[in-house]
Design a protein around this ligand. Structure first.
Ligand code: ATP
Length: 249
């Protein structure tokens, strides 16, 4: 796939330089190339789901000083097939070469760029209960550029308390804080009864994405992205698998 793309690039240069009198021709070739490119580079939701895992494994290899790795070796470490790895990673440019393998650093960087974690994200927490506290104490987020810069609650007893160095603010301060501090992600950890109201309120702010732990499936308007995380559903799947194994399936 990479080779095809390269050949197209050469064609464009060739036509552009030698046959520049045929002004329209290079335009048609560029259009064809762009169509082919967008088709080839389309990243499905399934691949997106696998990206954080690639990012994590490549990060670990990078930390160990590994400069390149073959799809076969990567497949052994990650416990997926080499062909799946080749199919997925070839989407991201010419990082894999026959007999050379993948350039760990470049691929790690590119996947980070695709995941949007090459630029930092400012997060606000809404609902300073137990789950919020656990998330605020999780140490790995800053490593990936996720910075918790504010926490909010409606309960007077929670307002003014400090969680991991951050003072919980009143919900009255939410909108001005998001605007002033350019927060782009809101983490919602309020109970189900308050979730819809909070999510509706967030939809009117400049927030770009919501990480929703409340037990509602909500679709945000205005292009705001939402990731609904249902911890108990994940646990139920584990429970199902345990039950399934004990039935001998
Ligand atoms: P705790 O018992 O300490 O309140 P919890 O995690 O069991 O913790 P939940 O009932 O899940 O509490 O609520 C989480 C947090 O959400 C609480 O701190 C609560 O005050 C807050 N909260 C509830 N409604 C709202 C709301 N509309 N806006 C902001 N925060 C809210």
């Amino acid at each position: 796939m990479t080779e095809i793309v390269k050949i197209h690039i050469i064609n464009i240069d060739f036509l552009g330089n030698i046959f520049c009198v045929f002004l329209l021709l290079p335009v048609i070739v560029v259009e064809e190339y762009m169509n082919k490119f967008s088709e080839d580079k389309y990243i499905s939701k399934q691949i997106v789901k696998r990206l954080p895992r690639y990012y994590r494994f490549l990060g670990e290899l990078k930390d160990k000083g590994v400069e390149r790795i073959s799809s076969t070796d990567l497949s052994t470490i990650m416990n997926v097939t080499a062909s799946q790895i080749r199919q997925d990673l070839n989407k991201f440019g010419g990082f894999g070469q026959q007999g050379y393998g993948y350039n760990v650093n470049s691929l790690h960087k590119e996947i980070g760029r695709i995941l949007g974690i090459d630029t930092p994200h400012n997060m606000v927490m809404i609902g300073a209960g137990n789950l919020c506290k656990a998330i605020m104490h999780y140490r790995s987020f800053p490593r990936y550029g996720f910075h918790i810069i504010g926490a909010f609650d409606i309960c007077p007893e929670k307002i003014g308390t400090v969680i991991n160095g951050i003072t919980v603010m009143s919900m009255d301060e939410l909108e001005p804080f998001i605007r002033t501090h350019k927060a782009d992600i809101a983490v919602v950890t309020v109970p189900t009864s308050a979730a819809t109201e909070v999510l509706e309120r967030l939809s009117k702010t400049d927030i770009k994405g919501v990480w929703n732990f409340a037990h509602v499936d909500y679709t945000m308007p205005n292009n705001i992205q939402i990731e609904n995380v249902h911890l108990s559903e994940s646990l139920m799947i584990l429970s199902y698998n345990i039950a399934d194994v004990s039935k001998g399936n």
